[in-house]
Design a protein around this ligand. Structure first.
Ligand code: PEP
Ligand code: MG
Length: 917
């Protein structure tokens, strides 16, 4: 025992020292191997150096005292376990050394295979396996991988040497190289090492093991690992575990092979085993793209018993972990070995389906099903699609539809190029041979990926699904010309900066800039999940809807009401705008009232549609809010119209336009957001208020007469004081009373205030006495609390975010500390003077999952968001309740779906898998 406690955990036939609860200590890989061994799944034995060793090593630049002895004991134990010895020239033990952080960091750290081979042992391996070719190939891979990772020799040196031999032997694939050629390669690789490092390749397997472990621990701090952690928000202090495991080989003949699979389809969620397999192969063969893997189902024909065993073992794993598993396996001479299992990274479509299916199968609870789908990930399902309404254009090529959605952007041929183009404000599609972990910075900024190689499980595919971006892999019709910096896609040549369109749902690639259309996106599974979420939630989700079309979408999207109808949006129609302008420019009451008379029926018509769509749910209609000059043309526009009128000698028109210009100039404000807007308009132009209230209530009377049950809620914007609210509430009630008296009919309605100003939040107790609901306009409340202009703060806000002064954009995620405190105070005060008052939120934060969690904790009755965000908000509302009931649900979400917190990269998987060389 040493300062950090137990360091090494073994997993073997008769003893397993870790279990599934020890992820933090053993890392994802170590914990999976320990648990699989416990379950009796066939796993090559080995041991894991825990993350506490890594943390000590990174901190102290040395290992904890006693570790070497613990390691020697573990190696001796392993030798007895498998019946061969490290460095034994006859029965050499070969090992893989692999990284494994508690949260998956695919491909970001290093892996070394075939540790234990040297000039003598290679002969023993040849003898034991009966294949000199295989032994030499394994040895050259060790020299190559070890030297790149541990000795920091450039990868290109080895690639060049290999290319030379391949061309002199006239072969395309490494597997076709002769024994003589492989001997030459081994010699050439060793001399590269000697030349670059000044020392021969280390022949002592124990030294190889020690150095390999150091290098894997050090790779925790590699630039790409650090970049990935930053991107995914993974803590720097976690450290990685290192697993040392006995090698098994998938290229020992036609009875061997290697594969990657999922217990359910990770793209669609269909409940069938899915994956790829290569006979007589090593993982690298898939990466190289020189051999095409077959579907796992093919195994059922060629090795039916093994296929059955694989299905049975992986079903056991899925049942045990109660989640879809992504597994790696090797068949060595007819014997199955599982090398890894983890919760599968999946598309949003698959996450929704598998969660609903597994809850229906009784494998998980509905609450777990809800928590397994990240609300924000639904946007991927609801992502835009290419719009083919003008006909289906000819595609350039078709690849594998690896991640759904569509992307339209400018081509970048490398991650670095993508970063430069994105920084210049361009929308970028990354077009490469394939992607690797080193491309993560480019992938983070690109809108979609297109690769010439790969398939369902390649790096680009898996990362894209994780990022919710569109991706097409394995589009074979692409050839890059590195010298000219162009690529041929199908029969056309493309330069960087050319437009390209991707259809991630079918895998088709199109030249040019195709139109995009918004996704419809819901299916039976999502609907079921959202129904469960709505049932579960304690906060309702309403929609912001300004037009009859929006209202229809809100209803089909199961909004529980309309929380904000911005009436001014109804005036932007050109026909209506003229009447609006006439009303604003009117010099006297009479002219104004004539213009308002024209506007009233238009508004009433729209309100009727809203009430019909939403009956019997509430529809919150906000009185006119923006500064009136927003409806007028600019001074410049009018000036040029005056000039034109003068040119045409139309003096009457010129004089009229002069009056308009003067009026616009007098209305101009330095700070329109803090100007003549909101309830200030209703106070200074009470006839506008009267027209709007009449339009609302007349619409309610008409639709009630048709048998609908309209529930109008009249909302007054930008309230700052009790007096304002009192006067305006009275004006609304007076207008209602006189209308009802005229019509000899009434309808129920309510009056509420928007809380958008800090003063309103502070005086909410007084304001609440005059209303029956209040709704937080968090956009303005954020603007006014921070003093950050909603419209002009982008440049410095971006800087705040870059410098990490703010963790999140306060216009997207509510500032709990400041704005949130005001809200909390306002709710408390309002409930004190008006205990039954209804509380809502209708700013953009109403569609943000993190903000919804906070609003739910404040006891808000509803949030209102754009109709497109409804599914996200509904699921987030369900999460909010579940998390508040059991804070441990948060860890449930992480531990059940660890892959959701980091992307699973094929590169790592295949590098790791190639310990099945
Ligand atoms: C708000 O301020 O949050 C709000 C909903 O109003 P608007 O965005 O129209 O100013
Ligand atoms: Mg506002």
């Amino acid at each position: 025992m040493n300062l950090v406690g137990k360091c090494i955990y073994r997993f073997g036939k008769d003893s397993v020292e870790g279990d599934g609860s020890m992820r933090e200590l053993l890392g994802g890989k170590g914990v999976g191997l320990a648990e699989m061994t416990r379950l009796g799944v066939p796993v090559p034995p080995g041991f894991t150096l825990a993350t506490n060793v890594c943390r000590y090593w990174l901190d102290q630049k040395t290992y904890p005292k006693g570790l070497q002895r613990e390691m020697d004991d573990a190696v001796r134990w392993l030798e007895i376990e498998v019946g061969s010895r490290l460095g034994d020239p006859v029965e050499p033990l070969l090992l893989s050394v692999r990284s494994g952080a508690p949260i998956s960091m695919p491909g970001m750290m290093d892996t070394i295979l075939n540790i234990g081979l040297n000039d003598k042992c290679v002969l023993g391996l040849a003898e034991r396996s009966g294949s000199m070719r295989f032994a030499l190939d394994s040895y050259r891979r060790l020299i190559q991988m070890f030297s790149i990772v541990v000795l920091e020799v450039s990868k290109h040196r080895f690639d060049r040497a290999l290319d030379e031999i391949r061309s002199s032997e006239r072969v395309l694939e490494d597997s076709a190289l002769s024994v003589d050629a492989l001997e030459t390669i081994v010699r050439s690789f060793k001399s590269i090492v000697l030349e670059v490092t000044g020392k021969p390749f280390p022949q002592d397997p124990h030294e190889q093991l020690r150095l390999a472990i150091d290098a894997v621990f050090n790779s925790w701090n590699s630039p790409r690992a650090k970049c990935y952690r930053k991107l995914e928000g993974i803590s720097e202090s976690l450290g990685t575990a290192v697993t040392v495991q006995t090698m098994v080989f998938g290229n020992r003949g036609e009875n061997s092979g290697t594969g990657v699979g999922f217990t359910r389809n990770p793209s669609t969620g269909e409940p069938n085993i899915f994956g790829e397999f290569l006979f007589n192969a090593q993982g690298e063969d898939i990466v190289a793209g020189t051999r095409t893997p077959v579907a796992i189902a093919e195994l059922s024909k060629r090795m039916p018993e093994l296929f059955e065993e694989l299905v049975s073992v992986t079903t056991t794993l899925e049942r045990h972990y109660r989640d879809v598993q992504e597994f790696e396996f090797t068949i060595e001479d007819g014997k199955l070995f599982l090398l890894q299992t983890r919760s599968a990274k999946r598309s949003a479509l698959a996450a929704v389906r598998t969660s609903v299916d597994m809850a229906s199968e009784g494998l998980i609870t509905r609450s777990e099903a809800l928590l397994r789908v990240k609300p924000a990930s639904l946007t991927e399902m609801l992502a835009p699609q290419l719009n083919f309404s003008d006909g289906d254009p000819q595609s350039l090529t078709t690849g594998f539809a690896a991640s759904p959605g569509a992307a339209v952007g400018l081509i970048a041929f490398s991650a670095n190029e993508a970063v430069v183009m994105a920084a210049a404000g361009k929308t970028v599609i990354l077009v490469t041979e394939e992607t690797t972990a080193d491309d993560i910075h480019g992938m983070a900024v690109a809108t979609g990926f297109l690769t010439a190689r790969g398939g369902a499980t390649s790096h680009a595919a898996v990362v894209a699904r994780g990022l919710g971006k569109c991706c097409i892999t394995g589009a074979k019709d692409i050839s890059h010309d590195l010298t000219s910096g162009t690529a041929r896609i199908g029969s056309e040549t493309f330069h960087s900066g050319d437009w390209l369109s991707l259809d991630g749902s079918t895998g088709r690639v199109f030249a040019g800039r195709l139109p995009l259309k918004a996704a419809v996106g819901t299916n039976h599974y999502l609907q079921t999940l959202l129904d469960w979420a709505i049932e579960e939630s304690s906060i309702e989700v309403w929609a912001n809807a300004d037009t009859p079309e929006d209202a229809a979408r809100a209803r089909t999207g199961n909004a529980a009401g309309i929380g904000l109808c911005r009436t001014e949006h109804m005036f932007f129609d050109p026909k209506r705008l003229n009447h609006m302008r006439a009303m604003i420019l009117a010099n006297n009451e009479l002219d104004r009232s004539a213009a308002l008379d024209e506007l009233l029926p238009m508004q009433q018509h729209d309100f009727e549609e809203l009430f019909r769509s939403m009956s019997p749910l509430p529809v919150t209609i906000r009185l006119l809010d923006p500064p009136l000059h927003e409806f007028l043309p600019s001074v410049e526009e009018v000036t040029s119209e005056i000039a034109a009128a003068r040119r045409e000698e139309n003096w009457d028109a010129a004089i009229q336009l002069e009056t308009v210009r003067r009026r616009i100039e007098t209305m101009r404000e330095s700070n329109p957001m803090m100007g003549h807007r909101g309830c200030r308009l209703s106070l200074t132009y009470p006839d506008i208020l009267r027209m709007q209230v009449r339009a609302i209530l007349q619409a309610a009377l008409v639709t009630a007469g048709e048998g609908f049950a309209p529930v109008p809620e009249i909302m007054v914007p930008l309230i700052s004081s009790e007096e304002e609210m009192k006067v305006l509430a009275e004006a609304i009630h007076e207008t209602a009373s006189s209308l009802f008296a005229e019509r000899q009919q009434t309808v129920p309605y309510s009056v509420g205030a928007m809380i958008e100003l800090p003063r309103a939040a502070i005086c909410a107790g007084r304001i609440a006495k005059h209303i029956s609901f209040l709704s937080f306009g968090t956009n303005d409340l954020t603007q006014m609390t921070y003093g950050f202009s909603r419209d002009d703060s982008r440049s410095y806000l971006d800087e705040y975010l870059k410098q990490e002064i703010f963790a999140a954009d306060p216009f997207i995620t509510i500032d709990e500390e400041g704005v949130g405190s005001l809200m909390k105070f306002a709710i408390g005060a309002a409930q004190e003077t008006n205990p039954g008052i209804k509380i809502g939120v209708c700013g953009e934060h109403g569609g943000d999952p993190e903000s919804i969690r906070f609003f739910s904790s404040l006891g808000v009755d509803y949030v209102s968001c754009s109709t497109a965000r409804l599914p996200v908000a509904q699921l987030a509302a369900g999460h909010a309740k579940l998390r508040s009931e059991a804070p441990s649900c948060v860890s449930l979400e992480c531990s059940t779906v660890p892959a959701e917190t980091g992307s699973v990269a094929n590169v790592e998987r295949l590098e790791e898998r190639s310990h099945s060389v």
